[in-house]
Structures are given as C-alpha cells and as structure tokens.
Design a protein around this ligand. Structure first.
Ligand code: AMP
Ligand code: MG
Length: 420
C-alpha cells in the first residue's frame, strides 16, 4: 500500500501565504495613525490646501438680495401680456453696486445691469436684446415668464445652511466660497510633520561629484515633491550611511520632531538585517512583504509617538508605496475624511505582461479618443525606471490573480491626478 501523502489546502488568495495583500496592508496602517488635533487660525488667503478643523455654517444668504442675471429691463410681471406687446415707461437705472432706490409702479420699467439689485415693485427681467427702446418708452413683446432672469436670495447658499464641514481640504472654490460669505479667517489643522531620510552607502547627495559605484539620491526629491503636494511640513534629514549607529541616531532624531518618519532603502532582505535590528530596538515595527509590484518590502509601525514607514529603495517602488499607503494615511492624520481611490476603466492599447500572485501598479499613459479612455504602458516596467513614472499619468492596476492582459482588454487605472 502506498503511503498517503498529506496534501495541504492550497494557499487562500496568494501563491505565497507570507505575502500581505494591498488591501490588508492599507487596513493595518489605520491602526498606526492618529490624526493631529492642534489647530490654527489662518487668513483664507493663506489657507489653500489646508484642512478645515470645524464645520462652518453660512452666516448670510448668497446672493444676499434678488439681482439680475442679465443686462435688460426690470418690470412687474403682472403688466406683461401673453398676446400683445406692451409699452413701459423707463424711470431709471439699477447698476451693480448702485441700486435704483425708487419703486417700479404699473407699466414702468428700470434699466438693469447684470448683478444689480432688482428694484422694489419689479419681479422679472427682460433681456435687452428682446426689447425695442425709443427715448423713454420700452416696448416688450409677448411670451415672457414671471421671475425670469432674476437670481433669488439664497439661490447659491442659504443663510444657516452647512457651508463646509470639518475635514474638507480647502481648494480654490472653497476660498471663494468663504470669501462670498465674508469669512476672513478659518480654523485649520496644523500640518502633519514628516521627517525623512535616505539610507544607502551608494548614495551621493545632489551637488557633489559622483564617485565610482555611487548613484545620486533621487528618492529624497521624489519624496519632497509628494510630501509637499500632500500638504505636509517637511523635515529633510539627508542621506544616512548603512551603519546601525547612524541609522539609530537618525531614527531617534526623526521621531522626536515629527508625526511621521519615512525612510527609503534598506528594508529588502539583502541589506535589511541591521536596519531591522535597529528598528526592532526602537519601536513596534512590522516588516511586511506585500503582494504588490513594485514595492514588495515595507516596514511599518511606531517609533516613540511617530508613525514609521520604511519604504523600499527603488525609485518607482518609493512612489507606488507612498501613493498607495503613505498618502492615504497622511490625509487621515491631517484631518481629512478618508476617500475611495479614483478608479477608471480604460482599454489597454498594448499587451501587458504580468504573472499572477501580486497586484501590479504598472505605469501607464491614459488618453481619451472619441469619448473613450485608452491606456498604454509607459515603456519598461521595472522598479528602477523612474523615467517611466515621468512619462506616465496613471497606474494601471492589475489584480493580484490576473496574468497577462491582451491588447484591447479593459483594465482599471488610477490617474496620478488622484494623488494631488
Ligand atoms: P535597497 O532597498 O536599499 O536595497 O535599495 C534598492 C535599490 O534602490 C538599490 O538599487 C538602491 O541603490 C536604490 N536606491 C536606494 N535608495 C535610493 C535613493 N535614495 N535614490 C535612488 N536610488 C536608491
Ligand atoms: Mg540600500
């Protein structure tokens, strides 16, 4: 009789059960982050990109008075006829900012400009193109409607209604909205402080000559850009050599002055060991292998009171892991409500190579042709090809279990616009 060989159940969702899915990692990250609580009052002019720390109720109606949507003539609608033209006496003008102060009586009209107050008595504006004027007589044809071309008080914003809610990131529209309400200052959360450094004996800072076997440190610049767009306060701690003592010192200093510490490099299996030892001594750190490409290794946890993200070293991996893991965390820490990623469907113009097992974040160029979205791969898909990131305008997100994608197939994309 043949011995029975025990067969273990196949791994649930990945060929390598040691890998964490992207969604699992994103979920775990929530437990390491605490939103900042401190707030500051800013003039609205200085508040672009900041996050509101309180709800704002509209103090006034906008528009605050009934005004004209057109250049024309203000009349009483009761005087208009559905059958024949009617003649009105022109009794004055209402300018934007210089209202007509009298009252419009029967068969009278007032010349009115866009944005000017509707005079007392009037309720309707006839466009100037639709009337005939002779001296002080204005002839208005049939078929106009009561209230036409009049913007009513509170049409846009009603006094006492919710204008903006806590957690809203202030963009150009919000600055204008606040100004339209006469609100000069708002309470916003303080920026999230992020300290970051690069690790690697091969790294040369920009401005110095490159020696044999060295590369320039590009990650700190990519991070500078991404963190600035994320609205963070930056603490750049430079390049730290692959030496445990130096790394430990930098970690201490970073955690003491920031809410978040980000490092790049030194978390992959090859050279991670002493970095790992340093981190284990300093805090509660998880060393993850994430089922994503690029960006498999990721360290995450806490050092003192700071959240810690140990990103991979390869430049494209840094950007992908930042956008997918760090940015959502920074948004929540900064007081923003968490938001679902902007995922679109596009038709792949090219064949995309992929092996099952990890979620791919391939770099793509999204375009629209005749109202349809298409995406093309942005050249070589390796984690050191930073130029591909520059050519791309989206990630093509290929699900963990999928294999190659044929040209013409529909794929999911996340535009880089979702990251700003
Ligand atoms: P590591 O995870 O430290 O093994 O780094 C992985 C790859 O990324 C190596 O080829 C490194 O040289 C490269 N790398 C690490 N840090 C940087 C950096 N700051 N700028 C550019 N490339 C980097
Ligand atoms: Mg390294």
């Amino acid at each position: 009789m043949k011995p029975t060989i025990p067969v273990s159940a196949p791994a649930c969702d990945t060929p390598d059960p040691g890998l964490l899915t992207v969604v699992q990692a994103q979920t775990h990250i929530q437990q390491f982050i605490t939103p900042v609580e401190a707030t500051t009052n800013l003039n609205i002019r200085d508040a672009l990109g900041r996050v509101l720390a309180s709800d704002i109720t509209a103090p006034i109606n906008v528009p605050s008075y009934a005004n004209s949507a057109m250049d024309g003539y203000a009349v009483r609608s009761a005087d208009l006829s559905n059958q024949q033209p009617i003649e009105f006496n022109l009794i004055g003008t209402s300018w934007a900012g210089k209202p007509f102060t009298g009252t419009v009586a029967s068969k009278q009209c007032v010349r009115i400009m866009t944005g000017a107050k509707i005079p007392a008595g009037a309720d309707t504006v006839i466009m100037q193109e639709q009337v005939q004027v002779q001296d002080h007589l204005v002839r208005i044809g049939a078929g106009h409607q009561t209230g036409q071309n009049v913007r009513l008080p509170g049409d846009d914003i009603r006094q006492g209604s919710a204008l903006l809610t806590r957690g809203k990131k202030l963009g150009p529209a919000e600055l204008g909205l606040l100004a339209s309400q006469g609100i000069a200052q708002v309470a916003v959360y303080r920026r999230v402080r992020v300290a970051f450094f690069s690790t690697g004996d091969e790294l040369t800072p920009v401005g110095e000559a490159l020696r044999d076997g060295q590369i320039y440190d590009s990650n700190r610049y990519t991070l500078t850009g991404m963190l600035t767009q994320a609205g963070a306060e930056l603490i750049d701690l430079g390049v730290i050599a692959d030496q445990p003592a130096a790394i430990e010192q930098a970690m201490h200093s970073a955690a003491a002055q920031a809410d978040v510490v980000i490092t790049t490099g030194g978390v992959s299996v090859g050279d991670a060991d002493f970095v790992k030892a340093v981190l284990e001594k300093l805090g509660k750190i998880n060393f993850w292998r994430i089922a994503m490409k690029p960006g498999k290794p990721l360290a995450l946890g806490k050092i003192a009171n700071a959240a810690f993200f140990g990103l991979p070293g390869n430049p494209v991996s840094v950007m992908a892991t930042f956008y997918e893991f760090v940015l959502p965390a920074l948004r929540v820490m900064g007081g923003e409500a968490s938001r679902a990623p902007l995922l679109l469907h596009a038709i792949s113009k090219s064949r995309l190579k992929k092996s099952p097992g990890r979620t791919d974040f391939q770099r793509g160029v999204l375009s629209s042709e005749n109202g349809k979205l298409y995406v093309d791969a942005s050249g070589m898909q390796a984690s050191h090809i930073l130029s591909g990131m520059s050519r791309a305008n989206c990630f093509i997100i290929l699900p963990q279990d999928s294999g190659n994608v044929e040209a013409g197939a529909e794929v999911e994309v996340q535009p880089f616009a979702d990251f700003v």
